[in-house]
Design a binder for this molecule. Structure first.
Ligand code: DX5
Ligand code: ZN
Length: 228
């Protein structure tokens, strides 16, 4: 992955699946940093999406790292299959794991970057105990399950608190990612609060020109002084 100050991860969930490879190529050419892949099981979230076979297919469509977001119950069952399918990073939900430290450390053991996702009503406080085991915190800025929802502005405070927590613990290498309702305005707000990875589905793929939409997102961050 290119280590920009801020990274943009288009979400495959909003791709036009009739031209998957073409759309992924467009965002790759436009400078996407990784592809975000939403996995939904119809239990943890009220929707179904894709599985390891899709990740395997995506790997053949792009050079970009695949960032797998598991919105599933019992995510431990799915770490090996997604690692084998080619995931570069795997993010599990705090709310779905009973022994989350063990889960996150296992993700690292199989050679993937480990992420922990927080639903909007989940506090960041217990992350204190997980800093050694995580590469990314994914702040859900919508209730997970669907693309195209509106950004929850009350999550900006959580991002600020997380940034302070990371700074206080000299854990600045941990990425703060935001997911849900990201567009040119909300990306800037989230960046100002301290986020440095932006997942975007609709803002990119609902556009008639996904590559251009990604560039506009990057430009908005640059204009606001939040990119190199
Ligand atoms: C929501 C997913 C998101 C989704 C974001 O449950 O985790 O990754 O694709 O889509 P937008 O950017 O359209 O809100
Ligand atoms: Zn997601």
């Amino acid at each position: 992955m290119i280590h920009r100050k801020h990274c943009i991860a288009p979400s495959v969930l909003s791709v036009d699946f009739t031209c998957l490879k073409q759309q992924i190529q467009q965002v790759e050419d436009a400078g996407a940093d990784c592809m975000h892949v939403d996995i939904m099981d119809g239990h943890f979230v009220p929707n179904l999406s894709m599985g390891p076979a899709m990740v395997k297919a995506l790997q053949r469509c792009t050079q970009l790292p695949l960032d797998v977001h598991l919105m599933v119950r019992e995510p431990d069952r799915w770490i090996d299959p997604f690692q084998q399918a080619g995931a570069h990073s795997i993010t599990v939900h705090m709310e779905a794991c009973t022994h989350i430290q063990r889960t996150l450390s296992y993700i690292g053991q199989v050679g993937c970057k480990a992420g922990v996702a927080l639903n909007p009503a989940t506090s960041e406080e217990s992350l204190h105990y997980l800093l050694a085991d995580i590469d990314t915190v994914l702040v859900m800025t919508v209730n997970p399950g669907f693309g195209g929802q509106s950004f929850l502005t009350n999550q900006l405070k959580k991002i600020e608190r997380l940034r302070a927590l990371l700074d206080h613990n000299q854990a600045q290498e941990v990425t703060i990612a935001v997911d849900g309702g990201i567009n040119t305005q909300t990306a800037v707000q989230a960046a100002q609060a301290g986020a440095n990875l932006f997942v975007a589905g609709h803002a990119i793929f609902a556009s008639s020109d996904p590559g251009q939409a990604l560039k506009q997102l990057r430009q908005a961050l640059e204009l606001a002084g939040h990119n190199r």
